[in-house]
Design a binder for this molecule. Structure first.
Ligand code: FO1
Length: 311
């Protein structure tokens, strides 16, 4: 099974998924548009969040970082007058040092990701969407910002006028993605932010061309419940892109890549319009706040695709 995934929402979903799918049969293509250089270190928030959740190391309250991690080094950074609005835990730092050192030695991001996941005994295969750097940036009332400046430093407060990406022209799907899509029994678009988590993955040149032929095997899970995101700036960013901030707006985005769509029970009214877009539709509780809920959504996703395959 192959999952397109972004940050915390996808991590919660994946934790449920590995209860119903053998982790070794799981490939996760992860957004790298949030990645940033911080204190000279290469930080890959979505890759690390998913890796920590699948390793059982995640701080599941906060969503990101390592459970029980300390922030003593942050205090030392502050003492030296370094910026501290983006917090790196002491154990989390080891991940960034490891990755930065290996990348500097010329090892590709997909290889470094494989090695990190192996070190943390993650059996699912994590793949960056591309080895080449792609960065999500936003033109806001506070100026031209990296995604983390908007999301963490400015707490999503400034009005967003435009969202754009750098590096796309030189990017291509990471090695292994084409084969993983071709051989996946099912493909799931995780309930991540369609603009800043799934959006960058689909913008990598060649990615849509790889996914379109697999449409019959692909199901999307809505990241919105009754027009609201469980967490994060999905609504604001969809509006900034001129999209209807509803599950239907998300279904519009994925209609040429997925043939099934899971709506939250609160959005059952959108069922007919969603199936009118060419989807098989299922509705169920999609708030993944516990393992059972994530597991149920994952099982439904699998069934939706299996019936599609059987049809
Ligand atoms: N999110 C915050 O709100 N504040 C932070 O200081 C912060 C630090 C951080 C460090 C490493 C990491 O992997 C994630 C971190 N995040 C932080 C979360 C991150 O901004 C988001 O999870 C993704 O970029 C969006 O999904």
């Amino acid at each position: 099974m192959l999952v397109l995934a972004g940050g915390v929402g996808a991590a919660r979903f994946l934790r449920g998924l590995v209860q119903v799918v053998e982790p070794a049969d799981l490939v996760v293509v992860v957004n790298t548009g949030d990645d940033l250089r911080w204190h000279g270190l290469y930080v890959a928030p979505d890759l690390d969040t998913i890796m920590y959740w699948l390793a059982g190391l995640a701080d599941e309250e906060r969503g990101w970082g390592i459970r029980g991690d300390t922030f003593a080094t942050q205090g030392a950074f502050a003492r030296l007058g370094l910026e501290t609005w983006f917090q790196l835990g002491d154990q989390d730092l080891a991940t960034h040092v490891y990755r930065t050192e290996r990348l500097a030695a010329g090892v590709s991001l997909d290889r470094v990701t494989d090695d990190l996941a192996a070190r943390l005994h993650v059996r699912a295969r994590l793949l960056p969407m591309s080895n080449e750097p792609v960065t999500t940036r936003l033109r806001t009332d506070r100026g031209d910002s990296h995604f983390q400046e908007y999301f963490v430093r400015d707490r999503c407060q400034p009005a967003v006028h435009e969202i754009y990406w750098t590096g796309l022209e030189a990017a291509r799907p990471a090695p292994g993605i084409a084969e993983a899509i071709a051989s996946a029994r099912a493909i799931v678009i995780a309930p991540s932010n369609p603009i800043i988590s799934i959006g960058p993955i689909l913008r990598v040149p060649g990615m849509r061309e790889l996914l379109a032929p697999a449409r019959g095997r692909c199901v999307a899970v809505s990241p919105l419940i009754a027009g609201r995101a469980v967490k994060g700036p999905t609504v604001e960013l969809m509006r900034a892109q001129g999209l209807e901030a509803s599950a239907l707006g998300v279904a519009e985005l994925y209609r040429d890549l997925a043939s099934a769509f899971i709506l939250d029970a609160a959005d059952v009214g959108l069922g007919p319009a969603t199936s009118g877009l060419g989807y098989r539709v299922a509705t169920m509780p999609t708030l993944l706040d516990d393992r059972q809920a994530a597991q149920a959504v994952a099982a439904t996703a699998l069934n939706l695709v299996q019936t599609e395959m059987a049809a």
